[in-house]
Design a protein around this ligand. Structure first.
Ligand code: FAD
Length: 441
């Protein structure tokens, strides 16, 4: 079989590696229009903040190693510009020479990711206005900061990237203003928990401006829709991601409601020879069954596994996504899984909520920290609908337990009985997850 893959980072490189693991003979070629492959995008804010000192530590491999160790061809700076489905061919453009050629496939895997949204506002094309998506974006931001030594940064968008960048830029000593359109930052948390992060940002001298957007940028200032003018010699736009679907669309493959490429249970598009995975593909919500797109690294990796299994003749159906995620904001960690209050309301679901604020581990042990764990559940079926946690320590562990509980179909009443590891540095005899179970009775 001959497999072509578009995209050589999270989903694409993983699919290639998985395929080779299960099939030593398959002919595999990966194309990427960028000049780096298989880098850890998730680490880029920490390279900019110089928490990670060596940027090359984000590079997991390169085309030479991939060829030598796995016998997989990777062609960087090669863009796939068209798919000819009837002939099972793609047209590829070598971005260095401009030369175009066709390559044939039995199976095509699309993992083209997404592009950072840059709003069409006056001044957004200037040299000091950045987005962060790729390794190259990271290098451009890092070198701008080192050469131009900006003092005042304005970040637009308080999602994951905006918050991680706010922390990292403060770490470098910049003044940071964070501008957010909605009334609460980080929309994947309920408002009461996102307020804890908001307070943490302000405690660390990040000025947060909610319910406003950037209207205009000049070389020294940013003009907000609420009339405020902020000093800015560095602007970061982190307002979201647009899935890269042009290639799929122009090949007549359909998109779903979320704007991602529509896929069946084995991640096949409308064309059974073409799979779509990662940020560009559409999935469904584990709880509601509604279309859902989760542009995070772990779905790309899970889906790469499913696709490789399907291609080698071991079909495993996809399960739906909870959107489990985590991030660090200065000394607080936040994590969530499943439905938020807003999603529950929008869906018109009947739900009750239990919240527990307590210690991450034994209160008499020196390094314990406070955490707040909040869980939504259905009052009759007792199904766990979603969970969120914010605190100083142990947040990810509680959410991972709850994500696993939801996945395994445990009810809110099962949580009191869970046998969770305990010694004073890790937890208490009654873990916060058990406490949620007790409180729900
Ligand atoms: P990508 O990894 O983006 O790869 C797509 C590749 O396809 C690109 O290299 C692109 O050049 C190439 N391509 C596109 N079109 C073509 C074409 N026509 N021809 C050839 N090549 C093409 N996720 C988490 O789970 N946790 C985190 O903490 C986290 N932090 C992040 C922090 C930052 C700053 C960023 C930017 C992302 C972060 N993510 C995180 C998200 C995660 O990196 C992505 O979800 C993941 O990389 C998606 O994988 P993908 O394969 O779909 O796309």
């Amino acid at each position: 079989k001959k497999v072509l893959i578009v995209g050589a980072v999270a989903g694409g490189a993983t699919a290639a590696g998985q395929l080779r693991f299960y099939d030593k003979e398959m002919n595999i070629t990966v194309y990427d229009r960028d000049s780096t492959m298989s880098y850890a995008a998730c680490g880029t804010p920490y390279v900019i903040g110089e928490v990670i000192k060596d940027e090359t530590s984000l590079l997991m491999t390169d085309p030479e190693k991939f060829q030598q160790k796995r016998n997989i061809k990777v062609k960087l700076e090669h863009e796939v510009v068209e798919i000819f489905r009837a002939e099972k061919k793609v047209r590829v453009r070598n971005l260095n020479t401009g030369e175009e050629f066709d390559d044939s496939y039995d199976v095509l895997i699309l993992s083209p990711g997404g592009s950072a949204i840059r709003p069409e506002i006056e001044g957004s094309q200037q040299k000091h206005v950045f987005t962060l998506r790729s390794y190259g974006d990271m290098q451009a931001i890092h070198s701008y900061i080192q050469k131009e030594k900006p003092l005042h940064c304005v970040i637009s968008g308080a999602g994951f990237i905006g918050l991680e960048m706010a922390e990292n830029l403060k770490h470098l000593g910049l003044e940071v203003d964070l501008v957010h359109k909605s009334s609460a930052i980080l929309s994947i948390l309920d408002k009461d928990l996102s307020q804890l992060l908001h307070a943490e940002l302000e405690k660390n001298d990040v000025r947060v401006h909610t319910e406003t957007v950037i209207d205009k940028i000049d070389d020294r200032h940013v003009y907000l829709s609420d009339g405020k003018i902020l000093k800015a010699d560095f602007v970061l736009m982190s307002i979201g991601l647009k899935p890269n679907t042009i290639l799929a669309e122009s090949a007549g493959l359909s998109l779903g409601e979320t704007g991602g490429i529509r896929t069946n249970e084995f991640m096949q598009t409308d064309d059974e020879s073409i799979y779509a995975i990662g940020d560009a593909s559409e999935n469904f919500d584990f709880i509601t069954g509604d279309p859902k797109r989760v542009p995070l690294a772990w779905p790309a990796h899970r889906q790469a596994f499913l696709v490789a299994q399907h291609i080698v003749g071991n079909p495993i159906g996809k399960k739906g996504l909870l959107g489990t995620s985590a991030l660090k904001v200065f000394s607080l960690d936040a994590a969530m899984t499943g439905l938020t209050e807003t999603a529950i309301k929008e869906k018109g679901l009947n739900a009750q909520t239990v919240t527990h604020t307590g210690n991450s581990n034994a209160g008499y042990y020196p390094d314990h920290e406070k955490l707040t764990l909040k869980v939504h559940y259905h009052p009759e079926t007792r199904q766990i609908l979603g969970a969120q946690c914010v605190g100083g320590k142990g947040v990810d562990k509680r959410i991972d337990v709850l994500a696993t509980a939801i996945f395994g179909g445990l009810t809110i009443d099962d949580l009191q009985a869970l046998e969770l590891s305990y010694a004073p540095p890790f937890s208490s005899p009654k873990d916060p997850v058990n406490m949620i179970g007790y409180k729900a009775f």
